[in-house]
Design a protein around this ligand. Structure first.
Ligand SMILES: C[S@@+](CC[C@H](N)C(=O)[O-])C[C@H]1O[C@@H](n2cnc3c(N)ncnc32)[C@H](O)[C@@H]1O
Length: 211
């Protein structure tokens, strides 16, 4: 077995994910983000871009069901949830979650999203990563390009005051990305979850209250 595979298996979050039925350790990154920013508060319509193998969808479904049961007041609430996951890879099915094998940088993505949600998405999540080539400069740039596509989707389909969670890598052009998010959301937070590997330069950007 290669060393990095052995390391991965020793990892506490990997073991915990197996025990708790999550498809990937990244579930705990989203749960860390939730603990800190309460991004799922009154989130009923959720879109996950770059969702494979599906652990963020599993977390989203659990919290959306809790919301449907918990919020039955005069404020914004719904009696059902809608969750869609999009990825280049095939994702094995999750009951009541709408899955698409699609490149979300392609224009047809808009039709698929619009038909399902009609511009009323409460929360857009993106843990999407490019395939790293090893060239740090090019990788960073391509990841930023992917983030800009996510922002474009959020710009069109996320509701007013909605929330966005986006994975980026720190490096060149990072500040421009922050600036762009700041222009589209009233609040921007950056966050490195405890469960994110220390050596990774990934960072999560949280846009709150879309303008
Ligand atoms: C780190 S994984 C996501 C893990 C997921 N959050 C989970 O918890 O299971 C990143 C995913 O982004 C997807 N991805 C990258 N670029 C994409 C694109 N243009 N369109 C769709 N999916 C993309 C990759 O295929 C990969 O499955």
């Amino acid at each position: 077995m290669p060393d990095n595979h052995k390391e991965h298996k020793k990892d506490g979050h990997y073991q915990q994910a197996r025990k708790e039925g999550y498809r990937a350790r990244s579930a705990y990154k989203l749960l860390d983000i939730q603990k800190r920013f309460n991004i799922f508060k009154r989130a009923f319509y959720i879109l996950d871009l770059g969702c494979a193998p599906g652990s963020w969808l599993q977390v989203s479904k659990k919290l959306a069901i809790e919301n449907v049961n918990k919020y039955q007041d005069q404020y914004y609430h719904r009696d059902h949830y809608k969750i869609m996951g999009i990825d280049l890879k095939k994702v094995s099915s999750i009951e009541d979650v709408n899955l698409f094998k699609l490149d979300f940088t392609e224009p047809e993505v808009h039709k698929v999203i619009e038909e399902y949600f009609q511009n009323s998405i409460d929360l857009i999540l993106s843990d999407a990563s490019i395939n790293k080539t090893g060239n740090k400069f090019a990788d960073q740039l391509n990841q930023i390009k992917l983030c800009l596509k996510v922002l474009e989707i959020a710009n069109i389909h996320l509701k007013y005051k909605g929330t966005l969670v986006l994975k980026a890598f720190q490096g060149n052009d990072f500040n421009d990305l922050l600036k762009k998010i700041r222009s589209e959301f009233r609040i921007l937070r950056t966050f490195k979850p405890k469960s994110s590997k220390k050596k990774s330069n990934e960072i999560y950007l949280i846009g709150l209250q879309k303008k």
